[in-house]
Design a protein. Structure first.
Length: 183
């Protein structure tokens, strides 16, 4: 992969169209088998990606503002689908090295920083962070528009605010009828 040219470098803007292959069930099975083999070889991925990111988010949100940002916990966690791939590029580098039969010890976690594609990766990361903060801004705007400046004092109060008030049902109805969520 390191020696591949980008589409722009290879003159992909000419008249030649790329070949699109159909993905069969055997391709998905192959990808899963290789993914499980990677996981078995380097099982720290699960701890790093599935436990540490959400816990750190919750701890920082709680320490920073107490329950003042409780209503932002879901958008914060859901937004990790945007920034997670950029945060995991070191893990991808280890997987790539393992696939090529190279040393895949943790000391190569940051080898991706020497990649010729690092500028494109960084640009994509910045763009995804902009989308992430726009996502949080939209969540904040929707919450303030529906509930005003009130913030719940506890998780139980937040649940009650969402499930037992007209404003909470307005929020639920908004997302139930919003065109993007109906597809």
């Amino acid at each position: 992969m390191r020696n591949e040219e980008s589409m722009a470098d290879a003159g992909a803007y000419g008249s030649v169209q790329p070949i699109v292959h159909k993905i069969a069930l055997v391709d998905l099975k192959d990808a899963l088998v290789k993914g499980f083999a990677d996981f078995n070889a380097m099982p720290t991925h699960l701890i790093f990606l599935c436990l540490i990111y959400p816990i750190v988010t919750l701890v920082f949100a709680r320490v920073y503002a107490g329950y003042d940002v409780l209503w932002l916990v879901f958008p914060l966690l859901a937004g990790y689908t945007l920034v997670g791939p950029v945060l995991a590029i070191g893990m991808y580098e280890l997987s790539r090295r393992r696939e090529e039969g190279l040393d895949c010890s943790r000391r190569h976690l940051f080898s991706v920083l020497r990649s010729p594609s690092i500028r494109a990766i960084a640009t994509l990361g910045v763009m995804l962070m902009v989308v992430y903060f726009a996502w949080l801004g939209a969540a904040w705007g929707i919450y303030v528009n529906i509930f005003g400046a009130t913030t719940p004092g506890s998780i139980a109060e937040f649940a009650s605010q969402i499930l037992a008030t007209p404003a909470g049902w307005t929020l639920i109805a908004f997302f139930a009828t919003y065109p993007h969520f109906r597809k």
